[in-house]
Design a protein around this ligand. Structure first.
Ligand code: TYD
Ligand code: MG
Length: 474
């Protein structure tokens, strides 16, 4: 084949380049690069342009002078904002928006809502509310037919004509077909269904998944088109799952949620462009994922916001990433025939320790009681910051004294019944103040870290040990 020289020229500013780009490297206009060839070229579009991101042959790669290295994006801080029905949650988890040329992996259990989230993101960009003008988005699915995706779009009331659906599993074919569209974003659902010709193994196998991801990474970097990948995590921890991709991609987000709850958490596990401390809180509704109006309170039950107080309930404040959540601990002490202990959502050994401390150091006669403990909403308490609330819930049930629902408890309980401070006291107490709580019991030593800060409407009570807590509350 005779190879004529191929040039890609921007319709807007005339910038010319030896290869195709998603947006012009000079004026940043999207989709303006047009192909021109000199002489009688028989080079096909896919050969000329795709070749550079497909696995390279030995000999083609050579060391480059530092000064010859192209620096890529001319606006390194520029991000595509993703403000939508889910508020700013997704943008925040990404570190402030989608970075052009980034490769983002969205992992999660099957059925958690990954396809829904990415279709909603596709719609946001395609409709152009955030960018100012509509832009094409390509959504490739190897899992579902275009009709199925169309049905989902109907349920989500997405009606833009800038989303292009493509059902394909051949990476080379996908990259070639999307070129004439010059999309703003490419979405691949899922990485386990695509394959690359010439790579050994079946789709979903470890070498296919790795090679396809690497090819898509090169594509993203060279064209500045961000690529969003969906990856399934199976409960068995499948070897070719997204975990092996974590070091290839720029950003890894995991979507979590319980089958019986509509809440979804979007966690940033790795982010080359932002903090991994962010946590997005979303809710799956009839019309897709939405923002949650008051995330800190989402794990509280109805009783807790009612005026009727029940004995055996205490509120704790736990941290997840940079976010504070209020959770509700329930205790039931029943005197009678059994002395069994059942705990749900709390480490059994921790619960045993707190019960022993209450018996020995605070004089509660728990030894003749059966004690049941539960964390409402299926949350698992992993922090010692919840110790004090567990102790308070047990006291409340044992003494049959309901704790007013405007009091919360933060602190770790030691073997001597002493209270110890926990990290991020300020954030926890601040959240309570914002939600209108009246009293907060904290370890005496935490008062220092809270300094002279005043939390409006909230009385912060420092206690040295469990006895002081009981004297203060009960
Ligand atoms: P899906 O996005 O297909 O999950 P994944 O791609 O992670 O496998 O959606 C999962 C579930 O969400 C599905 O059981 C139906 C439900 N769903 C809603 O509740 N509301 C909606 O608007 C949509 C589109 C889906
Ligand atoms: Mg899916």
């Amino acid at each position: 084949k005779g190879k004529g020289k191929v040039n890609w020229v921007c319709n807007e500013c005339g910038y010319s380049d030896g290869q195709w780009w998603g947006s012009c490297r000079e004026c940043n206009a999207a989709g303006t690069m047009t192909r021109f060839s000199e002489g009688n070229s028989s080079v096909s579009v896919s050969e000329a342009a795709s070749a550079s991101w497909l696995p390279q042959h030995a000999g083609e790669v050579r060391p480059l002078r530092l000064t010859d290295v192209s620096r890529g994006v001319s606006r390194p801080d520029w991000r595509i904002p993703l403000y939508g029905p889910f508020g700013n949650e997704v943008s925040r988890v990404l570190g402030g928006g989608l970075v052009p040329g980034s490769l983002v992996l969205v992992g999660g259990d099957p059925g958690v809502g990954k396809s829904t989230l990415l279709l909603q993101i596709a719609a946001l960009i395609a409709e152009g509310h955030n960018l100012g003008q509509p832009a094409p988005v390509v959504y490739v699915s190897g899992e579902e037919s275009v009709e199925q995706i169309g049905n989902r779009a109907d349920r989500l009331t997405i009606g833009t004509d800038e989303i292009f659906l493509y059902s394909s599993t051949d990476v080379e074919d996908i990259l070639a077909k999307l070129q004439p569209l010059s999309p703003r974003v490419l979405i691949i659902d899922s990485i386990q269904t695509v394959y690359l010709k010439g790579v050994i193994g079946s789709a979903g196998g470890i070498s296919q998944v790795k090679e396809c991801t690497s090819a898509l990474l090169r594509f993203a970097k060279k064209t500045d088109i961000p690529v969003l990948l969906i990856g399934h995590v199976t409960k068995s921890g499948e070897i070719a799952g997204p975990r092996v991709l974590e070091h290839i991609v720029d950003v890894v987000l995991y979507m979590e949620g319980e089958k019986c709850s509509s809440h979804r958490l979007l966690r940033s596990v790795k982010n080359r462009f932002g903090s991994t401390d962010e946590l997005g809180v979303l809710e799956m509704s009839q019309s897709g994922l939405q923002a949650v109006s008051n995330p800190s309170e989402m794990f509280l039950s109805e009783q807790c916001t009612d005026s009727e107080f029940l004995a055996g309930l205490a509120v704790a404040v736990i941290m997840d990433g940079s976010r504070a959540f209020l959770i509700e601990i329930q205790a039931l002490c029943a005197s009678g025939s059994t002395t069994s202990r059942q705990v749900n959502g709390i480490q059994a050994s921790r619960a045993d320790m707190i019960i022993a401390v209450l018996t020995k150091q605070a004089g509660l006669k728990l030894q003749d009681n059966a004690v049941f403990l539960n964390v409402v909403s299926g949350v698992t308490l992993t922090e010692t910051a919840g110790d004090l609330a567990v102790a308070a819930a047990i006291c409340s049930s044992f003494l049959e004294f309901p704790i007013p629902n405007s009091i919360a408890f933060i602190g770790e309980v030691g073997l001597g019944g002493e209270l110890r401070t926990v990290p991020r006291m300020e954030k926890r107490v601040g959240t309570l103040a914002k939600l209108g709580y009246k009293k907060c019991i904290v370890p005496k030593s935490a008062e220092k870290s809270l300094g002279s800060q005043v939390f409006e409407g909230l009385e912060v009570i420092g206690c040295r040990n469990l006895k002081e807590v009981i004297n203060n509350v009960f």
